[in-house]
Design a protein around this ligand. Structure first.
Ligand SMILES: *[C@@H]1O[C@H](CO)[C@@H](O)[C@H](O)[C@H]1NC(C)=O
Length: 250
């Protein structure tokens, strides 16, 4: 049995940012920073075909308006699959937006956005993806916030053939991120730093490969969707004047 397999030196490469991404404490902690000149990013050395992947993240504190911290699984190439978390910063005391999306065969347009029920900058919180042949579940501190089920039987593509790596990066997106781009990044607050610890990826031969949401998790998911979801592509009639994608009515 592996006791906390978390070692960033072993599992990840800092891929860009010219020193703004750092692995410290003998591989226990990773930090990504953004300043006026550049952001930074890392990627996993391993790739995953299905995964149960957990990471604790502490988002950029204070006035983080204009910054985006992306945390996602992605395959490569034009018809890639992708499972996305993106954290859009905000003014001090105003809520972060957690943006989620699922791409299959290069096609996304499945955004759901949430606010959180806690301040994600005050401490570390776990952000998880369960991806198995039946479902994709996005969770925050073990509370599911979104499920994308395998609905191939009604013609919705599902990621299942292309292995993905895990990526994260921080960059400036003040053109659009905070209140639709109204609030600009305040560079006097730089560097903006997000921190990561306790990465875990479960091996594939485990019960999670056939896991589905249990009734208690279904209830939690409903609670989040009712109280914290701020955008759902499945209700955005302007986006889909010809009718919603099939998964929206499943
Ligand atoms: C920032 O705060 C405002 C006001 O509370 C909120 O409407 C918005 O969704 C928050 N997030 C972003 C990314 O703008």
């Amino acid at each position: 049995m592996m006791v906390s397999g978390s070692n960033f030196l072993q599992d990840f490469d800092i891929t860009w940012g010219d020193g703004r991404g750092k692995i410290v404490n003998n591989g226990e902690l990773l930090t990504l920073s953004l300043d006026k000149y550049s952001g930074s990013g890392f990627q996993s050395k391993n790739e995953y075909l299905f995964g149960k992947i957990d990471m604790q993240i502490k988002l950029v504190p204070g006035n983080s308006a204009g910054t985006v911290t992306a945390y996602y699984l992605s395959s490569e190439g034009e018809n890639h699959d992708e499972i996305d978390f993106e954290f859009l910063g905000n003014l001090s005391g105003e809520p972060y937006t957690v943006h989620t999306n699922v791409y299959t065969q290069g096609k996304g347009e499945r955004e759901q956005q949430f606010h959180l029920w806690f301040d994600p900058t005050a401490d570390f919180h776990s952000f998880s993806v369960l991806w198995n042949p039946q479902t994709i579940v996005f969770s925050v501190d073990n509370t599911p916030i979104r499920e994308f089920k395998n609905l191939e039987k009604i013609g919705v593509q599902f990621p299942k053939n292309q292995p993905m790596k895990l990526y994260s990066s921080i960059w400036n997106a003040d053109q659009w991120a905070t209140r639709g781009g109204l609030i600009k990044t305040d560079w006097t607050q730089a560097p903006f730093t997000a921190s990561y610890r306790h990465f875990n990826a479960e091996p594939n031969n485990k019960p999670w490969m056939s896991q589905r949401l249990d009734p208690i998790s279904e209830e939690k998911l409903k609670w989040v969707q009712k109280n914290y979801m701020i955008y759902n592509y499945c209700t955005d009639i302007h986006r889909f004047p010809q009718g919603f994608p099939p998964e929206c009515s499943a």
